[in-house]
Design a protein around this ligand. Structure first.
Ligand SMILES: Cc1ncc(COP(=O)(O)O)c(C=O)c1O
Length: 413
């Protein structure tokens, strides 16, 4: 069969909806400045859909610094991978400041978080080792694990008994191969918003002797006294052996970093294929990350405002009668039972009739029959925007009940 004919015939769960969804449900264009109010299809919407947690993406001092460093360096410098020709003192300076901030001996910058995690996982293990990782891990972790040629086991999401069972299995194998065990969790799970049970996970280290890698994309900048992440928040940062975070969320930029002991960072630096064989982070992103880091270290107001908005939004949505699951971070999921078709009706109602823009998550990202409206509060939102949104959710509740009565919706919460 011709390869392209086969591709055209087989659409897959999301592509089936491409023709009727593109531009509205999928690949929507949010226009205007990144912020709490943006433009969608020519109309202003309150935007709960961008991970600009600390709200700093567009504040005047950040914009001024972004412009200044771009003017100074352009986007080209440095060229090549870090190992060949893409290394600078600014990269080193940022690494050293990040390591210090997250309480680790050393850090290494990554050109993208996704590719970075992929290579971190691949570099940490060989065929004798076993990986045990959370079933609901982000795609970049899953893809990294898939590069591992040795054994790998998932444990049920945030389920410590299931983790123990799988550690037993892993240990039986490594006792034979002479390898080690790598456990991987997220600091904050980006869809459900629940923190990884890091404290409970590290308490198993004595028994099973594993090393722990934490992807803290959604905890960095948001949790911990100064925003140092989920490990600080849970008081176990020292027990995280390899810590990862991205600049694509609370820093509202691009790039990422990994932090660990000097030895491990040296190993990663010389083995991470996505970094050795790809261009280094350009200077404007490095220097703007230095600026952002300094800004959040010295300005607790961003994190305080973020949590004020988060608490008001989460409490309000619960009070209206929606289920937000067990989030204990800023990620705010609203769970509704229904089909993909139902999700489209609900999201359209929110966007067109209430001017509220949320992300919509459906199967295969979450189980069939569930709809997840994912709201990301930021420090840039105001209480007025929370209030307007809660009013919209009140009306949405009535809307869903009416649809349900006419049985246009499958069973809804
Ligand atoms: C948990 C998690 N890890 C890693 C990444 C990838 O980060 P980046 O956008 O820097 O590639 C994301 C982004 O969606 C994420 O949510």
């Amino acid at each position: 069969m011709d390869l392209f004919d086969k591709i055209s015939a087989k659409q897959g769960p999301l592509k089936d909806y491409a023709a009727s969804s593109e531009g509205y449900y999928m690949f929507p264009k949010l226009e205007g400045e990144i912020g709490p109010r943006m433009t969608f299809q020519g109309k202003e919407v309150i935007c709960w859909s961008v991970n600009n947690y600390l709200g700093i993406g567009n504040i005047p001092e950040v914009r001024a610094n972004d412009t200044e460093v771009t003017k100074k360096w352009g986007l080209a410098y440095p060229m090549g991978s870090r190992m060949m020709s893409g290394h600078t003192s600014s990269h080193e300076e940022l690494q050293s400041q990040l390591a210090d901030f997250v309480g680790k001996e050393a850090a290494f910058l990554l050109n993208f978080g996704y590719q970075g995690i992929l290579s971190i996982v691949q570099s940490l293990v060989d065929r004798h080792d076993v990986i045990v990782y959370d079933y609901e891990s982000h795609a970049c972790i899953v893809d990294g694990v898939n590069l591992h040629i040795g054994k790998k086991f998932t444990y049920k999401h945030n389920d410590i008994e299931s983790l123990k069972k799988n550690l037993e299995r892993a240990k039986r194998i490594t006792d034979e191969t002479g390898g080690g065990i790598l456990v991987i969790s997220e600091g904050v799970f980006g869809m459900r918003g629940d923190q990884g049970k890091l404290k409970e996970i590290v308490s198993l280290k004595k028994t099973y002797g594993f090393r722990l890698l934490v992807d803290d994309a959604h905890g960095f900048g948001v949790l911990g006294e100064k925003g140092q992440g989920a490990g600080f928040h849970q008081g176990i940062q020292d027990d995280i052996d390899v810590y990862f975070a991205t600049f694509a969320k609370s820093f509202a930029s691009i790039g990422a970093f990994v932090a660990s002991t000097k030895d491990i960072i040296l190993h990663l630096q010389y083995t991470m294929r996505s970094q050795i064989f790809a261009k280094s982070l350009p200077m404007p992103f490095v220097e703007s990350a230095l600026f952002r880091l300094n800004l959040i270290k010295t300005n607790p107001k961003f994190k305080e405002q973020l949590w004020k908005i988060t608490n008001a939004l989460q409490q309000g949505i619960k009070d209206v009668g929606f289920d937000i699951g067990n989030t204990n971070s800023c990620v705010t999921p609203v769970y509704i039972k229904g089909s993909i078709e139902d999700a489209r009706i609900i999201v359209k109602e929110l966007r067109d009739n209430h001017g509220i823009f949320t992300s919509m998550v459906v199967y295969p990202v979450i189980p069939k029959g569930m709809i997840l409206l994912r709201l990301i509060p930021t420090a840039a939102h105001s209480m007025k925007e929370v209030e307007e949104t809660l009013n919209a959710f009140k009306e949405l509740k009535v809307f869903i009940s009416e649809l349900q009565a006419q049985s246009k919706l499958t069973e809804t919460v």
